[in-house]
Design a binder for this molecule. Structure first.
Ligand code: IVH
Length: 476
């Protein structure tokens, strides 16, 4: 990669471009120990900015990259230790698991007629809301279950989170837990706006919600329109709120918490499985994404008898849905080049609705997989999408294959720069050997740098990044 000093431009145009470039390279160098230009090139860039400032001293501000060498990683959110650990549910996928669960509950409680609350398993982000003397005093993400992040100010702007509770007989300390989600309609609108602004689309509502909640600026949370869906109340004494889970859910609703749709009290295994089937049929019509249902022994005394085992309740299970699978036509196999040079085959598909969103691209992971499954352009292929996983091609439907179709041939050169590909002996991945001459690699590194895992810079969508990439004079 070489650095472009834009000497053909007038000073007023050159200065902001060079400052932008200098800030970027200073951060890559000082903050991430990962420069993408030579030290000498960095020095040239620095001196070019200095020279312009010598001619136009009024342009120099304390923010100028010549005055502030290095960069700063944004301050993190404060950490919070949960008073009661945020545990998880035993997660099952088969109806026989519901049977086994009911059998163990029956055995422990000594009765066949067990009442369960059956409710949705929201696909969002767990959050704890702590109320003291009826006032919201702290909100925290789940984190690792013991320690989460303080998101109190952000929680204040989430729909379905009351700031105060009402009632004279309530315990002093109450904790309400639930999931923060983004409605599908808001997710689609957000992604449309992201695209319009040339910014990266979010993979799914859960990621978009997480990104909107775990930020320092509550205005971002507010703009992204998150919704809280409560599912647990905790207190030393729950009596004033109810003696069953379903009663406390009614209490929550009365207090102004949103509590989601489709909750039911059911009896026994038959009731649980009927609920599961019902939700599976209406899943796509729900306003938010779910990844299963949850069955909870309704009565608190019974819950107490059952207790916990290895940090999971014995009175509840999550019954997850299998990933959704649909058939779609494979229009083309494109090859993406990552920042490390890795070549990833991507399926371009006829847009197909799966798992609540239209999918037109899916990963084929690597060339070995395409060969083993014998996936061919023109095939009808099964697409699977589950939770936050990128949609994947499972394999072709051979009965629908065009007899004239051709097997995929593995490329020997990088799809971007044409350099030879390399493959380690035991690895399936293939890498471009072009290094810095491969513009897909350098663009990938820039994307990574401004992205959510590193600088989290706003306003750096695909268009802006490619423009900067071009301005930086990356050559092939
Ligand atoms: S109850 C003791 N109810 O699923 C655990 N969890 O591992 C009590 N979730 O991280 C959790 N919907 O965030 C419960 N209706 C629901 C839920 C739910 C989603 C999440 C929860 C937890 C994970 C289960």
């Amino acid at each position: 990669m070489t650095i472009e000093l834009h000497t053909q431009l007038i000073d007023e145009e050159r200065y902001p471009i060079l400052c932008q470039s200098l800030r970027l390279h200073a951060s890559l160098y000082y903050v991430f120990d990962d420069p993408i230009i030579l030290d000498s090139e960095y020095d040239d860039l620095f001196r070019a900015v200095q020279a312009l400032e010598a001619i136009h001293p009024d342009w120099v501000t304390p923010e100028s990259p010549t005055q502030k060498v290095g960069g700063k990683i944004r301050d993190g959110l404060k950490s919070v230790t949960h008073e009661r650990p945020m545990l998880s549910l035993p997660t099952k996928t088969k109806s026989t698991d519901a049977h086994a669960f009911h059998e163990s509950v029956k055995k422990e409680l000594g009765t066949d007629a067990v009442a369960y609350t059956a409710e949705l398993k929201y696909d969002g982000l767990a959050i704890s809301l702590k109320y003291e003397h009826n006032t919201l005093v702290r909100a925290a993400t789940r984190g690792d279950g013991t320690t989460g992040e303080d998101v109190t100010l952000n929680a204040l702007v989430i729909a379905g989170v009351p700031r105060t509770l009402t009632g004279n007989d309530l315990p002093e300390d109450i904790e309400v837990r639930g999931e923060v989600v983004m409605l599908r309609s808001d997710f689609q609108a957000l992604n449309a706006a992201q695209q319009e602004a040339g910014k990266k689309a979010f993979v799914n509502p859960r990621n978009a919600a997480a990104g909107a909640l775990r930020v320092l600026d509550p205005k971002i949370t507010e703009a992204r329109k998150l919704v809280f869906l409560g599912y647990t109340v905790l207190a030393d004494d729950l009596e004033s709120m109810g003696s069953t889970h379903s009663e406390t859910m009614v209490w929550m609703k009365q207090q102004g918490f949103s509590t989601g749709e489709e909750r039911r009290v059911v009896t026994g295994e038959k009731g649980m499985l009927e609920y599961y089937d019902h939700i599976a049929t209406i899943r796509a019509t729900l306003p938010y994404e779910i990844d299963g249902v949850v069955y909870k022994v309704d009565n608190f005394e019974d819950q107490e008898k059952l207790g916990f085992i290895s940090r999971e309740p014995r009175w509840a299970i999550a019954h997850k849905f299998p990933p959704e699978r649909v058939l779609s036509k494979l229009l083309a196999i494109d090859i993406q080049v990552g920042r490390s040079g890795v070549q990833t085959p991507v399926a371009r598909l006829e847009p197909t609705f799966v798992g609540g969103v239209f999918v037109s691209n899916a990963t084929l992971h690597n060339f070995d997989g395409i060969k083993t499954k014998d996936v061919r352009v023109g095939d009808y292929v099964y697409i699977e999408r589950s939770g936050d996983v990128i949609p994947a091609v499972v394999g072709p439907e051979l009965s629908k294959r065009d007899p004239n179709s051709l097997a995929f041939s593995v490329p020997s050169a990088c799809s971007c720069c044409g350099s030879a590909l390399s493959q380690e002996d035991d690895e399936v991945a293939m890498f471009c050997t072009g290094g810095s001459i491969c513009s897909a690699q350098s663009l990938g590194r820039l994307e990574h740098f401004v992205g959510r895992r590193m600088m989290e810079l706003d306003g750096w969508g695909d268009k802006v990044l490619s423009a900067l990439h071009d301005q930086l004079g990356i050559t092939q």
